[in-house]
Ligand binder design. Structure first.
Ligand code: FES
Ligand code: FE2
Length: 388
């Protein structure tokens, strides 16, 4: 969590809006042509340009808890293997054998000192070096140094493992994160424990992500779940280059309004959402719980897969603690699977109807505006690089 002073400042900013019935605003309404959501050529270009070249947070550090633990996953069609070496460092590789391309590890988690291919038992160490081949004398001489696993640029920052999905590219993760790294660091993600993890199919990438970037819909759509706790249409926005921190007000601001000197834990009246461009949202920190969402665009513009990870400050040891964690987990599942994404799928169903030539982002949706401007800015920069 941010320092008590900063939480106090954020609480005051939220309280001022609560009292005045206002919110942070962009200077003007923004219109985004519908083709930004539907054009398959543009979609392919943007997914390639943004998701395959920028560092993406593919895992939490705690998903690779000790030396020789690994995680295998398919991300945007790229088979990725994350390995924590004996030296404690996380490395990323293509999860593909260098003999004849077999998948080395099935998607999921495990631990192994040596990764052995299931097909003909070639083995790789924790640095991806080819260390042995079954029946090597019969296979023939081979310089092992030429057949190590294909590395992907990988760095661990702020309790997250950041990976570039394009082999040979080495984006500067520190430059990319900038001040956001320290802001993410305040969450101390490496000190939490995983309670539950699941994957949710959802609407297109932009339709889905829009819902993570505003509080405008919270009372209307989430009246029975997360909206019960949040003040609808109240947003305090801070940007960190492409990344953002959103502060929502909690209903308990009312108590603070009545008794401004009320003692209490810093931040108990607000809720922070850390939004890492292009697909990370860390939110729902309520007491001892936190929700990490990673959104991955599907093969077509109208689908995504969201990886939802529910974190607990400490694994529950009593029935009451377990029930509290289950309640939080069920609430965020319901809010996203049963409320946000059905609306998103409804948007997809009507997106080609001709009703809208553009979607509008209100002045009260500044974070949505910032996100889409960032997409456009980065794509324009990329087009400039290609032309140059
Ligand atoms: S494909 Fe992996 S050992 Fe043959
Ligand atoms: Fe929502």
């Amino acid at each position: 969590m941010a320092t008590p002073e900063e939480m106090h400042t954020l609480t005051q900013r939220a309280l001022a809006h609560f009292i005045a019935g206002t919110t942070d605003q962009a200077p003007a309404i923004m219109a985004n042509p519908i083709t930004a959501y539907t054009d398959p050529v543009r979609y392919r270009r943007e997914v390639d340009g943004l998701f395959r070249h920028l560092p993406l947070a593919l895992a939490l550090s705690i998903e690779l808890p000790q030396a020789h633990t690994y995680r295998a996953m398919q991300v945007l069609g790229v088979p990725v293997l994350l390995l924590r070496g004996g030296d404690g460092e996380v490395r990323a590789f293509l999860n593909v054998c260098r003999h004849r391309g077999a998948r080395l590890c099935e998607p999921g988690a495990g631990s192994a000192r040596v990764i052995t291919c299931p097909y003909h038992a070639w083995s790789y160490d924790d640095r991806g070096s080819l260390v042995s081949r079954y029946g090597a004398p019969t296979f023939g001489d081979l310089d092992h140094a030429t057949r190590g696993l294909t590395p992907l640029a990988c760095a661990e920052r702020a309790g997250l493992v950041w990976v570039c999905l394009t082999p040979g590219e080495t984006p500067d993760v520190d430059a990319w994160l900038g001040d956001f790294a320290a802001e993410l660091g305040t969450l101390q993600l490496d000190r939490w424990a995983i309670f539950e993890q699941r994957e949710l199919p959802g609407p297109g990438w932009k339709v889905a992500i829009d819902g993570y970037l505003e509080a405008y819909h919270h009372n209307c759509l989430h009246g029975k779940t997360v909206g019960q706790l949040t003040v609808g249409n109240l947003l305090v926005q801070d940007t960190y280059g492409p990344h953002q921190r959103l502060t929502f007000g909690r209903r308990s601001l009312r108590e603070l309004q009545a008794a401004p000197t009320l003692p209490g834990a810093p931040g108990q009246h607000i809720r922070l959402i850390h939004s890492g461009f292009p697909n990370l949202s860390i939110s729902g920190i309520l007491g001892d719980h936190c929700l990490v969402s990673q959104l991955f665009p599907g093969p077509t513009p109208d689908t995504t897969i969201t990886r939802q990870t529910v974190l607990v400050h400490a694994p529950p040891t009593t029935p009451a603690a377990r029930a509290a964690s289950e309640l939080f987990s069920a609430m965020v599942l319901q809010a996203v699977r049963d409320e946000d994404y059905p609306v998103g799928l409804g948007i997809q169903a009507g997106i080609g109807s001709g009703a809208n030539e553009a979607f509008l982002y209100g002045r009260n949706e500044p974070a949505v505006q910032h996100y889409h401007r960032t997409v456009d800015r980065l794509m324009a920069a990329l087009a400039g690089e290609v032309r140059a």
